[in-house]
Design a protein around this ligand. Structure first.
Ligand code: 3HC
Length: 309
């Protein structure tokens, strides 16, 4: 590497170490750019694919109020995807390239969205557990070193809190409902608890991207630290409404004040992120179908914007 680029590299790392935000016009190493494109585009894909499992229940919502809340939440998720795709585009990758990476399996999206939503309790569990986990992760990401990503996170976190509360409200209502509703809520807890813990990624000792993520302050807290924060926050919420934690080994460590849990099934995790989860194929085929059917909207919008120039 030439001296100049080493000097630039040192300046870049000094800026990161001093806690400065890096902006699109700044000079930064290509590895930093590639790392961000990988994480931000996958984050955006997760937001958009995440609209599918919930979208299944818009027409089956149990009340007009429930339908309005679910519609608002799903609309938010689409907006989160747009913020994140736009932020990723500042790194020099096009939207169409990111979409192609998603549709061809070159890019991942969050494992959690490859599980089916079997009944209304799942909508509660997703809001409470999945958005709850996303909040823990995204609050931390508000301090990420790349300016556009950090600003997108600040905006997204405001909306995520509403998502988590409405999910917990659904679970609370069902746990105060009939025996049948309580059974549905517990069944949803049993099916979504462990996949929600997997959202935080592999254990730190098995996280190949975390080294650079910390060096460049893209990640400010580790996968395991964030997972523990989520566990400590969520178990009391579950117990408060009478849900059972589907983990015979969990216990509160009085000394540390943290909950200890049983072993996460990393074989299941790896299966799902390698495309073999219950709904992976369905999610991608659905995305391809509606992306293609919606091409005319993109063309019309582009033609209109060109005409305005
Ligand atoms: N699902 C799919 N892939 C996952 C994963 C998950 N839950 N957790 C980790 N992985 C992948 C990583 O992407 C990486 O693969 P890659 O190198 O091909 O990208 C591999 O497993 C090893 O993981 P690492 O820990 O080394 O990877 P990271 O350092 O990137 O950490 C992460 C993983 C914690 C998910 C991090 O990428 C991150 O914080 N991403 C931003 C947050 C995000 O994407 N959240 C997804 C949910 S969004 C959401 O829930 C929307 C809400 O509104 C409902």
């Amino acid at each position: 590497m030439s001296l100049t680029s080493n000097a630039t590299l040192e300046t870049f790392q000094e800026r990161i170490d001093q806690g400065e935000y890096i902006e699109p016009k700044d000079v930064f190493p290509d590895e930093y750019r590639k790392h961000l494109i990988r994480q931000m585009s996958q984050h955006a894909h997760s937001e958009v694919i995440g609209m599918q499992p919930e979208g299944n229940w818009i027409t089956r919502a149990p009340s007009l109020r429930a339908k309005q809340i679910l519609l608002a939440k799903i609309q938010d998720e689409g907006g989160h995807g747009l913020y994140l795709y736009s932020a990723a585009e500042t790194l020099g990758i096009s939207r169409s390239e990111m979409i192609n990476q998603l549709q061809t399996g070159k890019a991942k999206y969050s494992s959690i969205f490859n599980y089916p939503t079997l009944n209304w309790a799942d909508i509660g569990a997703i809001g409470w557990l999945v958005d709850g986990a996303a909040i823990v992760n995204q609050v931390s990401l508000q301090r990420t070193s790349y300016g556009p990503y950090s600003r997108a996170m600040v905006r997204i976190c405001k909306e995520e809190s509403f998502h988590q509360r409405q999910g917990y409200e659904i679970m609370t209502k069902m746990m105060r409902g009939t025996n049948e509703q309580q059974k549905m809520a517990q069944d949803a807890m049993n099916r979504w608890w462990w996949p929600s813990l997997m959202m935080f990624g592999p254990h730190d000792s098995n996280s190949p991207n975390s080294g650079n993520a910390f060096k460049w302050k893209i990640k400010r807290e580790s996968n395991d630290v964030l997972r523990q924060k989520f566990i400590d926050k969520t178990i009391p919420q579950a117990l408060l409404i009478g849900l059972t934690i589907p983990d015979k080994d969990y216990k509160l460590n009085e000394k540390t004040g943290h909950y200890e849990i049983g072993k996460i099934n990393w074989e299941e995790f790896n299966n799902v992120i390698n495309g073999n989860g219950p709904c992976n194929k369905q999610r991608i085929n659905h995305h391809i179908k509606y992306h293609n059917e919606g091409a005319w909207v993109r063309e019309a919008a582009l033609a209109y914007s060109k005409k305005q120039k």
